[in-house]
Design a protein around this ligand. Structure first.
Ligand SMILES: C[S@@+](CC[C@H](N)C(=O)[O-])C[C@H]1O[C@@H](n2cnc3c(N)ncnc32)[C@H](O)[C@@H]1O
Ligand code: SF4
Ligand code: SF4
Length: 369
């Protein structure tokens, strides 16, 4: 008897689009302040052409597409509703699978929220970096109240909403309170981003935790998560499994088996899925494969197809086997990682690129020596 095989998963195709460099806030740590970063925005026609080119690439390569609109604050563009509408139409036609927006709450009026709902977006992420005093020190006066108000209005309107917390030494303790607040508002996903030392954050480098401080933070979060009621077990599991240093901590505390049970059946981040291409597009149309990498072309002057065809780096980055191999080799080459008891849960991340060869390095927050 013939057995039905599972349908082959399509390769993915992601557009991470910083559609404007403009912002109503001026957070000190902002990556947008990187020297050489685009300060110019493209016009409406050019942006529509960029989106069209991305959709054509997706269709002609039979990819599963996702789009993230970011900035600056994308909601500041007068033509944002039109761009979003075009992406939403492509989602209705099955070309785009997921639409995400990273926007600022001050610009979330009732008309915008109802349009986000109509466009059936998959997520809007609102940043919150602490309780009121800390958050407003990092993001600007009045931002905390605007964020809370925005989150409540989004949830009331049924728009899928998540939160983002940028972690530094002086707000780490408040993450627990922010999580309680989020769960209380019905939000069950908070992305935690450790401070990246680029742009404005270079001057803020003393706020980044040392590896041992980071370990203390993880322990403190672990104890907090252990106190959450059973209804938030999914949140706890997802929080713990998204951080690749928790296995090391569970191992040190003699609880690795518990971690193993929790993670069972879930592939290592680098193992799952068929892989795919990522285009990061800056507000002036510059295309890079990842934020820190060199330019591969400009849109809409060239199409995504032309950029893809002429870029060995973009093709190489979607070769999952090759990337996995380099990551594994890097683990073998670092003595501490080659004998690490939790290396099955870890993978080295890309640290840079030399010519066309990406190189990998251990997690810089790892305290193990
Ligand atoms: C670049 S912003 C764009 C979207 C929107 N303006 C916002 O702030 O949410 C996206 C996220 O990146 C975070 N971010 C900015 N600079 C960062 C840095 N140097 N390290 C880590 N995260 C950073 C922000 O705090 C925010 O959560
Ligand atoms: S982090 Fe976001 S809100 Fe803050 S300045 Fe940068 S782009 Fe604007
Ligand atoms: S970075 Fe290396 S030592 Fe640290 S947890 Fe990963 S494999 Fe282990």
């Amino acid at each position: 008897m013939a057995t039905e095989s599972a349908p082959k998963q399509k390769k993915t195709c992601h557009l991470g689009w910083h559609i404007t460099s403009r912002c109503n806030l001026s957070c000190k740590h902002c990556l947008r302040r990187t020297p050489g970063q685009a300060t110019k925005d493209l016009g409406r026609e050019e942006c529509l052409a960029i989106l069209e080119s991305f959709l054509q690439f997706t269709e002609s390569n039979d990819r599963s597409a996702s789009i993230q609109f970011s900035g600056g604050n994308p909601l500041l563009r007068d033509d944002f509703p039109e761009l979003l509408e075009k992406a939403a139409k492509a989602k209705r036609r099955g070309i785009v699978k997921r639409i995400q927006i990273l926007g600022n709450p001050e610009t979330l009026d009732a008309a915008t929220i109802s349009h986000l709902k109509e466009c059936d977006i998959d997520d809007i992420t609102i940043s919150m970096d602490g309780l009121e005093e800390t958050n407003d020190r990092m993001r600007g006066k009045g931002n905390f109240k605007a964020a809370l108000n925005g989150i409540r209005n989004l949830m009331k309107a049924g728009v899928p909403t998540s939160m983002k917390f940028t972690l530094v030494r002086d707000n780490a303790e408040e993450l627990k309170e922010v999580i309680k607040l989020a769960l209380g508002e019905g939000i069950n996903h908070i992305g935690i981003g450790h401070l990246i030392l680029a742009g404005g954050a270079i001057e803020e480098r003393n706020r980044r935790m040392s590896p041992m401080e980071y370990r203390d933070y993880l322990i403190s979060m672990m104890s907090f998560l252990d106190t959450l009621p059973e209804e938030h077990a999914g949140f706890r599991r997802s929080f713990l499994s998204r951080n690749s240093l928790y296995p090391l901590l569970f191992h040190e505390l003699g609880r690795l088996e518990e971690y193993r049970q929790m993670a069972s059946g879930k592939p290592n981040r680098r193992e799952g899925g068929p892989g795919g291409v990522m285009f990061v597009v800056w507000s002036d149309g510059e295309v890079v494969p990842r934020r820190e990498m060199q330019r591969q072309g400009y849109v809409p002057g060239a199409s995504f197809q032309e950029i893809y065809d002429s870029s060995p780096l973009i093709k190489l980055m979607e070769d999952k086997e090759y990337i996995r191999k380099l990551s594994r080799e890097s683990m073998d080459n670092h003595v501490k990682c080659s004998v690490c008891p939790v290396r099955e849960f870890c993978s080295h991340g890309m640290a840079g690129i030399s010519g066309y060869r990406p190189y990998f390095a251990p997690n810089r927050d790892c305290w193990c020596c």
